[in-house]
Design a protein. Structure first.
Length: 317
């Protein structure tokens, strides 16, 4: 990041939704001196609050709007913002939508350019290291694994009442952990085809899928083995990548990066990637964030999985 990231920003930031992720965004923007406001029904917030998007846009006039409400509400919020014809940069918390809009949302190229999706893992130091290492390498195959036992995600809350447990609110492991889908696109390019299994295999009291496993191939010919779940009592997230010349592994829990037999340790915390993303939004106008067109690839995958269930043949994309 540029040294300008150390400067105080006076930008106005509007956050739609005051759940845990909305509050994280607000606190990070405020730490850079931004004027932050919320669209929320909550009365206990330490920020100025508006009851509607329309009122906030007309009175507060934000430089950037962050959509951080429930995934199923993203499309409604986005339509309201676009209808207002705002010049604000629009950041949508991941995933962009829970399903493809029906009827399809028609956007101009300028509108698409102004919409970014907050896949903060793109800004994680381990991912930045890996992407730099892969620049001049031919990637052959990769394994992405992410798993955590759902009741331990938010131990203060009843997991059975969380949006993760409710498919009709955009829950389910594929949508919840869609970072790994975006990371495939970010590191290897566009998908070409994939096989998958998606379903509920545990005794968790949820209405959504707890397991997604996939074998995917990209147009670059890289093959990806993807495993994500709500089941792993050993909280894990790691990527293994093999190229013609080298082997790499990044481990988000151990905070280590490995190239062949060389191990690097990283001093990072859970907010590091969010802070780096905030800097990108404020000082580079979301230059490195996931684009609208990239994010739509992930939503299209959601729809194919929902439609095709347990797939035994290649799906052409």
């Amino acid at each position: 990041m540029s040294d300008s990231a150390n400067l105080t920003s006076q930008q106005k930031i509007l956050v739609v939704g005051a759940g845990s992720i909305g509050l994280r965004h607000a606190q990070n923007f405020a730490s850079f001196g931004c004027d932050v406001a919320f669209v929320s029904q909550r009365k206990d917030l330490k920020f100025k609050t508006f009851e509607s998007i329309q009122k906030a846009l007309s009175v507060f006039i934000p430089d950037t709007v962050v959509i951080a409400n429930k995934t199923v509400d993203h499309i409604t919020s986005l339509k309201q913002i676009l209808t207002a014809d705002t010049k604000s940069l629009i950041i949508v918390e991941k995933p962009l939508f829970s399903i493809m809009p029906n009827p399809e949302l028609i956007l101009t190229s300028a509108q698409k350019q102004n919409i970014k999706v907050a896949y903060n893992l793109r800004f994680h130091p381990l991912v930045s290291w890996l992407r730099q290492e892969l620049k001049n390498e031919k990637v052959l195959n990769a394994l992405f694994y992410v798993g955590q036992y759902l009741p331990t995600w938010r131990p203060q809350d009843d997991y059975r009442k969380s949006y993760s447990a409710l498919k009709n609110e955009g829950g389910g492991v594929l949508r919840d952990l869609s970072h790994e889908i975006d990371m495939g696109i970010y590191l290897f390019g566009a998908f070409k085809e994939f096989l998958f299994y998606s379903g509920k295999v545990s005794s968790l009291e949820i209405q959504s899928d707890d397991t997604f496993m996939s074998l995917a191939r990209f147009k670059s010919q890289t093959v990806l083995n993807l495993n994500m779940n709500y089941l792993d009592r050993i909280k894990q997230r790691f990527y293994v990548v093999n190229t013609d010349q080298d082997s790499f592994k990044i481990d988000f829990m151990a905070k280590t990066a490995v190239k062949n037999d060389q191990v690097l340790n990283f001093n990072i915390d859970g907010n590091t990637s969010y802070l780096e993303m905030t800097k990108d939004i404020l000082f580079l106008r979301a230059e490195s964030l996931c684009s609208y067109d990239e994010a739509i690839q992930t939503v299209q995958l959601f729809d194919r999985v929902d439609h095709d269930g347990q797939q035994k043949d290649w799906i052409q994309l």
